[in-house]
Design a protein around this ligand. Structure first.
Ligand code: NI
Length: 163
């Protein structure tokens, strides 16, 4: 086991439990050259400084998706997600409907960012937090509201299960 002073990395230890969870582990990874080439192109486009950063984010994304699947089995588990809406505020009743939904579920809709895109269009980013059933329910209602032109739900994480 050797430590690199700069990043405090550990080479492939056999017992991970004995380490501080923030410790960086260095381990080998094998993949076809063509895949590495595509990885490098992609990570440069995305602005990742190196392969490790890019792969760390990919792993976190997979773990978050897996946690959401696990949470589906336990409706009481706490989740965080973000809804993005684009809508025409001149559509009859729509602004009122969206506002009413958020007031009605004020425990779940924890923050809203509203941007007036133009004379007609609004962009809204709504952060939802609560148990998975509540969060998904509310996201579906917001997105399916009549007059919403674009609606997307992004599952995020409370951060409790990833590092
Ligand atoms: Ni607006």
């Amino acid at each position: 086991m050797s430590k690199m002073s700069s990043e405090n990395e550990v080479n492939d230890p056999t017992n991970l439990d004995s380490l501080n969870t923030d410790e960086l582990i260095r381990f080998g990874l094998s993949m076809p050259a063509s895949l590495v080439q595509q990885l490098d192109e992609w990570r440069k486009e995305q602005g990742y400084a190196n392969r490790s950063e890019a792969i760390r984010d990919m792993v976190r994304e997979k773990l978050i998706a897996a946690n959401w699947q696990k949470a589906a089995l336990d409706p009481a588990s706490q989740v965080v997600g973000v809804v993005v809406l684009v809508y025409d505020h001149t559509t009859r009743q729509l602004s009122e409907d969206l506002n009413r939904m958020q007031h009605h579920h004020h425990g779940t809709a924890v923050a809203t960012l509203h941007i007036h895109l133009s004379e007609e269009y609004c962009l809204e980013v709504i952060v939802l937090r609560g148990n998975q059933t509540e969060v998904l329910d509310m996201a579906e209602h917001l997105i399916s509201a009549r007059g919403v032109l674009h609606g997307k739900f992004v599952p995020a994480t409370t951060g409790a299960d990833i590092t």
